[in-house]
Design a protein around this ligand. Structure first.
Ligand SMILES: *[C@@H]1O[C@H](CO)[C@@H](O)[C@H](O)[C@H]1NC(C)=O
Ligand SMILES: *[C@@H]1O[C@H](CO)[C@@H](O)[C@H](O)[C@H]1NC(C)=O
Ligand SMILES: *[C@@H]1O[C@H](CO)[C@@H](O)[C@H](O)[C@H]1NC(C)=O
Ligand SMILES: *[C@@H]1O[C@H](CO)[C@@H](O)[C@H](O)[C@H]1NC(C)=O
Ligand SMILES: *[C@@H]1O[C@H](CO)[C@@H](O)[C@H](O)[C@H]1NC(C)=O
Ligand SMILES: *[C@@H]1O[C@H](CO)[C@@H](O)[C@H](O)[C@H]1NC(C)=O
Ligand SMILES: *[C@@H]1O[C@H](CO)[C@@H](O)[C@H](O)[C@H]1NC(C)=O
Ligand SMILES: [Zn+2]
Length: 533
């Protein structure tokens, strides 16, 4: 297997960064397609048929209706997009990129099980810096391939200087727009003060400068860590004016404060609170820094009003919230302050298109149960494809306080997708928004641009190193999976509570459903190669 040396690797990157600048035209005209633009005056999507879109440098320089493309555009490349649909890139506001290596190991887990087996605390010492690099890079490539051009990465692979730096480097190398949010957490062998020194070093070196990647902070212990430590993190965020602060928020039966808990003989610290009220008290909500609350499943009405007042957002991760069991009882009433996210992509769909589609139908289901409970019949539909589309694109930009992301308007960042409108799944569309949200698959995405550069072209990632990266990733993932497969599944103790007795609700075993006729033994097995019997 070919493993390029680090030097050869950096040389290749330097070459890629310098070789072609002089010969490439600055501008690209995507000509003759259907554009799903955003009309700022009307605050709504606007469809332009047979239109053209001019990309100059990293920005959208012009959007032209049929027959109105100016004839005097300076030197530019034309890409014929007849029969294609142009949309903004999707925005994933919650992901943990380092976890790719564990793919398919958690297909029937709950959040309680996840903490004991796969979380940042359970993974300390398992991943080398190289493992983190490859797993993170594979994640961002998976996202980019699926049309996700911006990722808010809650990077809790910060177990040492080396693993932290590796995840950042992978984010930069991916070419995607990564809001890389360094997680501060109480992990073995790497104290929070050491993490702060590492973070300052990263900020000072600014290796991400002039790339689409930027530096944020992830922190899950606003309500529980020692006060001085919380203050240190808040001060750091303010001092460095980071691009984002993000936190996991659950509450409800998942608890209202953090604590240490025993499980699998690993000492866990479960993030369960991080209410907007805590962050308000710390002065964070009213700062100019965007704050993203992941899940916020049990947000109260008052907390939502606080987010509206301070214009901060929640990240709804529809599939993860259903998979792990925290759900999202009221999130459909918070969509004006919400964007979409994926979360632990090693466990389920890693693309925002799927999240948007699942969420749209979930909201419809939720609202339809109202009349059905009264034996009445719904006569209208509560949520539109436009709303799902906006959640997946523009709202992500708004959550990051970046109105230039997730929209096609003049001057916005040229983070764009070109869809093959004649694929077997899309053929026959009339409304392009419905075509994308309800009919397309990520395989229909032909081109992906970030900052005006093609990162996927003609259905393939443009990085010619991808096959070599894939091989290295597979080697690494095989070793990592071996470690996790050795671990026994956790079994709850009788009367055990989530996060401890004074924190969360008591665990409860749910019924199993059955897709096989017979005696109820149809749950089946997970087909994991190499697991202990
Ligand atoms: C690229 O764009 C810059 C300004 O946007 C302009 O000065 C330069 O001439 C352009 N180069 C080419 C090759 O078009
Ligand atoms: C663009 O593509 C369409 C469909 O393939 C084709 O009919 C048309 O001739 C092309 N236009 C140009 C200018 O090449
Ligand atoms: C922590 O460091 C000690 C001493 O170097 C080492 O033996 C141990 O394996 C480390 N623990 C983890 C989880 O990495
Ligand atoms: C950090 O975790 C250790 C055990 O791993 C625990 O003893 C300590 O109290 C924790 N510190 C904080 C600030 O939570
Ligand atoms: C980690 O990086 C910080 C900041 O550069 C440095 O002060 C510290 O010595 C490093 N720690 C180790 C174990 O290399
Ligand atoms: C922080 O950075 C943002 C984005 O660059 C900028 O708009 C804002 O004014 C800065 N805030 C402070 C307090 O420097
Ligand atoms: C998930 O699947 C595994 C393997 O079949 C099984 O042992 C386990 O009981 C299942 N988990 C639950 C919560 O049923
Ligand atoms: Zn998460």
């Amino acid at each position: 297997m070919f493993i390029p040396s680090l030097l050869a690797y950096w040389q290749a990157i330097l070459y890629a960064a310098t070789c072609c600048v002089a010969v490439e035209a600055n501008s690209t005209l995507l000509a003759g397609g259907t554009i799903i633009a955003f009309n700022e005056g009307e605050n709504a999507l606007q469809v332009i048929r047979d239109g053209s879109l001019l990309v100059t440098g990293d920005r959208i320089a012009g959007i032209y209706e049929s027959g109105k493309t100016p004839s005097d555009i300076p030197e530019h490349t034309v890409v014929n997009v007849t029969n294609k649909i142009i949309t903004p890139g999707f925005i994933d506001t919650h992901r943990h990129g380092w976890q790719t290596s564990m793919k398919t190991l958690a297909s029937n887990t709950t959040l309680w099980e996840y903490f004991g087996r796969f979380s940042e605390f359970a993974s300390v010492g398992v991943f080398s810096a190289e493992d983190v690099y490859l797993s993170q890079l594979a994640s961002v490539y998976e996202a980019v391939n699926a049309g996700v051009t911006t990722v808010l990465d809650h990077a809790h692979h910060t177990w040492s200087n080396e693993t932290s730096n590796a995840g950042l480097r992978a984010s930069i190398d991916s070419g995607a727009r990564v809001f890389w949010a360094y997680a501060f957490h109480n992990v073995t062998n790497f104290t929070v003060p050491e993490q702060i020194a590492n973070f300052r070093d990263i900020a000072q070196k600014s290796t991400f400068k002039d790339t689409p990647t930027s530096l944020g902070i992830a922190y899950d212990y606003f309500g529980s860590d020692p006060e001085e430590q919380v203050k240190d993190i808040v001060d750091l965020a303010m001092e460095l004016n980071v691009s984002v602060v993000t936190t996991h928020t659950l509450q409800g039966p998942f608890g209202s404060k953090n604590t240490a808990s025993k499980g699998l003989a690993i000492l866990l610290t479960i993030p369960v609170s991080n209410s907007p009220i805590h962050l308000e008290q710390l002065g964070l909500l009213a700062s100019s820094i965007p704050i993203v609350f992941s899940h916020a499943s049990f947000l109260t009405y008052q907390e939502l009003q606080l987010l509206r007042k301070t214009n901060q957002y929640i990240s709804i991760t529809p599939e993860s919230e259903m998979h792990y069991g925290h759900t999202h009882p009221h999130s459909h009433l918070a969509m004006d302050q919400a964007a979409l996210g994926v979360d632990t992509h090693f466990t389920f769909s890693a693309d925002i298109l799927t999240q948007a589609r699942i969420w749209l139908q979930k909201v419809r289901y939720l609202i339809f149960t109202g009349p059905l409970e009264l034996w009445r019949v719904p006569s209208n539909n509560p949520m539109s494809v436009n709303q799902a589309f906006l959640l997946a694109t523009r709202n992500g930009g708004l959550a990051l306080h970046r109105p230039d992301l997730g929209v096609i308007t003049e001057g916005a960042k040229a983070d764009l997708l070109v869809w093959d409108g004649t694929s077997p799944s899309m053929l026959g569309w009339n409304d392009p928004v419905a075509a994308v949200i309800l009919h397309a698959s990520v395989g229909d995405i032909e081109h992906v641009l970030v900052d005006g550069k093609f990162v996927k072209k003609d259905g393939k990632l443009t990085n010619t190193d991808y096959p070599a990266i894939r091989d290295r990733f597979l080697e690494s993932a095989k070793r990592i999976q071996g470690v996790f497969l050795e671990r026994a599944r956790p079994i709850p103790e009788p009367g055990e509570h989530f996060g401890g007795e004074d924190v969360g609700g008591e665990l409860m075993e749910v019924m199993l459903v059955d897709a096989v006729r017979g005696d109820g033994s149809g749950y089946g097995t997970e087909f994991l190669d190499g697991s202990k019997p």
